[in-house]
Design a protein around this ligand. Structure first.
Ligand code: S3P
Length: 171
């Protein structure tokens, strides 16, 4: 079965939406960040601090490519940093970009200390712009999430005609 990859910037609601979708459909879901933490027995913040971003990116790619049973996949905001991750996701599923303005993201995660890039990035605007280009270039679908609740975003995904087709495809 093809997978449904939720992509987008930190704080855009990928994890919450994947939980919602999984509840609503009964399909299995997985969160790459959670899996990395479980596999490494370490918080992402500590991986960044102790091993560095490059090591985290390696764990992230390996985790992505090792998922086999889950259908709904919540990715980390930086999954698009590696071309091979994008290629892999395109080959194995559909990419849905949860587009959210930086203004809304700032309201949500400014005080969240668990995201090292958010907390340490000197120029979050450039990171946001660079990532936005990558999400938009590679997404099969873009959902404008600014004025939507998680439920509304989830329902919009369920409405996508290809969603059903994706799930039916036994590849
Ligand atoms: C990152 C986003 C985080 C997490 C890590 C790096 C990024 O995931 O993977 O902190 O590079 O944007 P969320 O998008 O779930 O916050």
């Amino acid at each position: 079965m093809k997978k449904l990859y939720l992509i987008g910037f930190m704080g855009c609601g990928k994890t919450s939406t994947s939980h919602y979708l999984s509840k609503k459909t009964g399909l299995t879901h997985v969160d790459i960040d959670e899996l990395v933490e479980k596999n490494q027995q370490k918080k992402i913040k500590s991986i960044f601090q102790e091993d560095g971003e490059a090591v985290f990116r390696q764990y992230e790619s390996e985790t992505l490519m090792a998922i086999n049973d889950a259908v709904i996949v919540s990715t980390g905001g930086g999954i698009v940093e590696r071309v091979e991750n994008i290629q892999f996701m395109k080959e194995t599923g559909v990419l849905i970009y949860l587009k959210t303005s930086l203004e809304i993201i700032k309201q949500r995660i400014t005080n969240d200390g668990t995201r090292p890039l958010w907390n340490n990035s000197k120029d979050i605007n450039s990171l946001y712009e660079k990532r936005t280009r990558l999400y938009e270039m590679n997404a099969d679908y873009i959902i404008d999430c600014d004025d939507m609740t998680i439920e509304e975003v989830g329902l919009r995904i369920l409405e996508l005609s290809t969603y059903k087709a994706v799930l039916k495809r036994e590849e």
